[in-house]
Every structure is written in C-alpha cells, then in structure tokens.
Design a binder for this molecule. Sequence first.
Ligand code: SAM
Length: 378
Amino acid sequence: KESAGEEANYPRWVRVNAIKSNLEDQLESTFSAFTRANSVQDVIMKSGKHLFIDPHVPNLVAVTSGTDLTKTEAYASGKIILQDKASCFPAYLLDPQSEDGDLIDACAAPGNKTTHLAAILKEHQPEFETSPQIIYAFEKDSRRAQTLDKMVTTAGSKTDTRIGFGQDFLQVDPRAERYKSVGALLLDPSCSGSGIVGRDFMPDLHLPEISSTTEKGTTGKANKRKRKHGEFEAEEPCNVIVDDDGNETIMKSEKDLETRLEALSGFQLTLLLHAFRFPSARKITYSTCSVHMQENERVVMRALQSDIAKERNWSIMLRKDQVTGMREWPVRGLTSACGGNEDVADACIRSYKDDGQGVMGFFVAGFVRLGTQDAGSG
Ligand code: SAM
C-alpha cells in the first residue's frame, strides 16, 4: 500500500455528493475498477482496489487508501467529496427537513458539513433545482472562509448557501429578522483535534507544528500540515494557548492540556448556548473531532443544565429519535462523564480512531426542542 504509518489502518472515505451525482453512477464510473468488499476491514487489509458501501451513512463509501482520487473528474467537478465517515455524522443526524426552514452552520470552513447539509436538502426535495431553504454558513477566519466558498461552489450548493466571511457566530443576533426561520443549527466548533488520524495528542504531546494564530482565548496557533489526498483539513489544532491578553503558552505537559481543554470547552459551551437562543430553532447538533470528555459529554451536560436550556425546553435527542444509521451506530457516550445518566450517554455518538471501524475519533450529540414557538425570553 502507498500510505504509511497510522493512516495505513484506514480506508479513504468518499461521500458521493447528491447535488451532482448519485451512488449508482459513481459505482459505474469513478469506482468501476474497484472490487466490492464485504467489510471496512477487507478494504483496509486486502491488496488491490476495494470498495465497501457504508451501512450507516447514505451515499458514503470506503475505498482502498492510497488511491489518489484528486485526479478524477468526479473529484474536480464536486461529484465526490473526500470526507471521513465520522465527519458525515452531524449533518446526517441533524437530518434537515423542509419544515425545519433555514439552517445555520455556525463554524463552517472548510465546508464538509455545509455541503453535506445542502446535499441532504436536495435529496429531500429533488423537485427543486435550488432548495428554498437557506443555509447560513458562518466562518470567523476569513482565510478559511475562502476555502469554504470554493468548496461550496465546487459542490454546487452556492445558491442555497450564504457565507458569512469572517463572521463570528457569537456576534450573530438570534433575534435578527433574517434568522427568524432558522429551525436547525449545526455546531462543529474548534476543538483539540485529538481524534484526528495521524496526530498523537497524548500522552507525549507530539503536537503539530506551529504556524498561524486562530481565535484568542481558546485555541492558539494553527497547524499547516499538508493536506493529504485532497481532503480538506476539518480543524487546525494547536499546541499554543493564548490568553485574553494575547499571551501565548506552549503546551508541554498534561497540566497544559487540561488548561487548554478548559478554555476550549468554555468556548464550545458558549457557542452551544448561543445556538439555543434562535427563536424558531428545533434541532441542533453539536460535534467535535476530539476524544476528550471535557469537550464532549461534559459540554452536553453543562448545556442541558443551563438556564437557557430549561427556559426554552431544549433536551437531548434520544437514540430512539435519531436517524436510522445513527441509532444503529454502536459506539456511544461515556456514562461516567454524563453524571451516570445512561439515557444521555446513549444519546451521544462517539467514535475512536483505534476501534477497527476505520474512522477518526469523533463526538456528536443532537438537541431537540418541543414546539416551534419561542418559549423563552432569550
Ligand atoms: N464544520 C467544518 C467542516 O466540516 O468542514 C469544520 C469546522 S472546524 C472544526 C471549526 C471552524 O470554526 C474553524 O474554521 C474556525 O475558524 C471556526 N470558528 C471558530 N470560532 C468561530 C466562531 N466564533 N464563529 C464562526 N466560526 C468560528
């Protein structure tokens, strides 16, 4: 196999973009030389070109890694998108329907989940050339917003999507007229990136090389690791903590990591509580590519216990209410991190990069609110 190291234990995940193509067409064209495998493990282990149709997420396939799909017409034209399986969970779990109205992707660049949302809208309403529902995609980092714009254009979802270039989601007024029909929000904020394949996060703190600064007070400098095989970097993790005065501390120890996780989880919770305030919102997904409970179950629990959640009737989206593939996904949240609440833990969806499923470490939970009426003071 061409790929080496940790990445050799993973397939290349490919999402067929329902806006521009469909699975059958791609199996007959881009993947015509691939042999159908019976499992992800077969794709990983067997020599030659193999393909496995994912049983959980629609329009997703695992193919032999080391295959350079970036040279294909399908990739160049946005018919296929190289996106890890776990990264497909949030949009699929949110499952936006026509009655959900407009959508927000709060932390959108590079756009994997924005384009996935647009594809789901299209699948639900194939009769529309352009979905009548708007996706507001905010991205605080202007440079990353350019990448988002490019990805949205290539994927063919430009007409549905309004990009907030350099827009901080926390500065977006939930009461603004234009967001009054926003019924569902996808929240995929900056995180430690500890679930990303190819990164040893702990215990040795072999963190990625430092290059440019991201948001103050939460994450510090970003990694400029070269993109591999055309997959857009979902996150730019860092090993620098920047405090509110702009002072930088390089993380060298577990104590530094704890400090950073505390800062990140405070930021993640603030974003989630802000999402709770949108008057017509009925569904939210919260996700990270982190395996740390501080950024995951603990944020979920703090959000559920918040005054705003109680005022506005937000609760966890229970496993039984989730879309089929997510209900069937076996890896769930940590009960101990949910204060012993087994229902909340079971509602949380996790993945671990070393569990043989061939996916990155990830976390996602859904929140639901009964009724579309504005129940709280906001
Ligand atoms: N959802 C993206 C995808 O699937 O392609 C990945 C998002 S990445 C994990 C988090 C992004 O959120 C980063 O691009 C970061 O610049 C952006 N971000 C961080 N804080 C933000 C804020 N307050 N408002 C909007 N964007 C923010």
